[in-house]
Ligand binder design. Structure first.
Ligand code: UD1
Length: 416
């Protein structure tokens, strides 16, 4: 169990380079199973979730060389039954199912793990694959699936907007017979990146990024090179780091277009924001932020993955702010930790009401999930005194070198 020892009352200032997107990289890695030709991927973030995905691919037989660029040779994959201990560690392992079915006609995987932020069912993934022709038996703790021949293209209306299920269906449809239409598809930038990756390998996907995706199945995918998009949630987290500490930051190697809803809210909080082609500058020097009212929503709405960071912003802002979580049922686990640090927060159903105070005080706090971990570390950086943040192993699942990047901005964080 890793811990951070954080000396607080710091203003975070300077330049930070944003890593590749975790949520685009993970499905893309598993989609390498769809081809037998070599793949080269740039901008892969160095994260434990990514390392687990690579371990899974190696276990299945892929040859992997990971230097600055990631090389995958999937031709030697010969196993359709990944092990429990790896599948259980990450939510993203559900995306191995459709590629294994496409390649082998059968797959047996355990139910995926990941952050405990709600029920996180997988019914939409399963229903989508069944509609495209798979036979799926849900056993006590595993999914046993098979398909005769190729997936068959179909019209699929998603009853709920799901990033994960849109990805599963897109990967099954890439090599299906006929045309698949995903209606009410998720529109996240990661979906576009995945479609671009598959199209580079020869797939025929149009409409990714809108709510209707058309996939004309092809017979074979080839190899290719792809560059993962920048991580918009890491970017947003660093912008909040500067905003809550009244600092000035420039995030480099990012994509401002992917952060519109976040930038609107930061501007409303009083930040001065400038953007360029691949950078965002935020200046909050000398200003205490104003409280915000926020509703999380599927993209292009405000991301649920930024909910806890903005709750921190509200805790130290002027006024009262309400944040309503509409995507996951159990995403306020971190609130009691912020209250331990002096925050004045009330939970009313799926809304948290924050009454802003000028400064938090230090405490011994525990991380509950990935994004909440980042929030607690930022809280430690700005609070009075020394904060111990426990269970930071969540953090390295999704943020590359987080404490080192913060230390370069003026934080004082030591890993114990
Ligand atoms: C992905 C992201 C996560 C982000 C979330 C929403 C990854 C690894 N994770 O998670 O960081 O917070 O998108 O932007 O990329 N649902 C169902 N049935 C299903 C699938 C989902 O009811 O089969 C529900 C979920 O419970 C949730 C909603 O749909 O209420 C959205 O979930 P989804 O978009 O699928 O999230 P994930 O793909 O799990």
């Amino acid at each position: 169990m890793d811990k951070f020892f954080i000396i607080g009352s710091k203003s975070l200032n300077g330049n930070v380079s944003i890593s590749g997107s975790k949520n685009a990289a993970l499905p893309i890695l598993f989609m390498s199973i769809l081809t037998e030709e070599k793949i080269k991927i740039r901008n892969i973030p160095n994260l434990t979730d990514v390392n687990i995905a690579l371990e899974l691919l190696e276990y299945l037989g892929a040859k992997i060389k990971h230097q600055k660029i990631l090389y995958i040779d999937p031709s030697s994959i010969n196993n359709f039954s990944p092990p429990y201990d790896l599948i259980k560690k990450i939510r993203a392992s559900i995306w191995i199912l459709a590629p294994l079915l496409t390649r082998f006609g059968k797959a047996k995987i355990f139910f995926p793990g990941g952050c405990q932020i709600g029920k996180r069912p997988i019914d939409l993934h399963i229903k989508g694959l069944i509609k495209l022709g798979a036979t799926i038996n849900l056993e006590k703790n595993c999914i046993n699936a098979s398909i005769k021949g190729r997936f068959q293209g179909k019209y699929i209306l998603m009853k709920k907007n799901s990033v994960g299920a849109t990805i599963t269906i897109m990967s099954a449809a890439a090599l299906a017979q006929g045309i698949t239409v995903i209606d009410n598809a998720a529109q996240e930038p990661e979906i576009i990146d995945i479609a671009n990756f598959l199209n580079t390998l020869g797939a025929n996907i149009i409409g990714a990024g809108s709510n209707k995706i058309f996939i004309t199945g092809v017979l074979k995918l080839k190899g290719g090179t792809h560059q993962i998009i920048p991580d918009r949630i890491e970017t947003g987290t660093f912008l909040v780091a500067a905003a809550v500490s009244q600092g000035k930051i420039i995030c480099h190697n990012t994509e401002p277009k992917h952060l519109k809803s976040v930038l609107v809210k930061l501007t409303e909080a009083g930040a001065n924001i400038n953007i360029g082609k691949n950078w965002i500058k935020l200046d909050m020097r000398g200003k205490r932020p104003k409280s915000l009212n926020i509703h999380t929503a599927p993209y292009p709405g405000f991301p649920t993955d930024m909910q806890s960071q903005f709750a921190l912003l509200n805790t130290i802002s002027k006024g009262v702010g309400n944040i309503t979580e509409t995507i996951f049922e159990n995403r306020f686990n971190y609130v009691s930790e912020l209250i331990n640090m002096g925050a004045k927060i009330k939970i009313k159903k799926n809304t948290i009401v924050c009454y802003g105070i000028p400064i938090l005080s230090s405490a011994n706090v525990f991380c509950t999930d990935l994004r909440a971990s980042a929030t607690l570390v930022l809280a430690g950086c700005i609070s009075k005194g020394v904060t111990i943040v426990n269970k930071t192993q969540h953090l390295i699942r999704g943020y590359e070198l987080f404490h080192k990047k913060l230390n370069k901005l003026g934080a004082d964080i030591t890993m114990i």
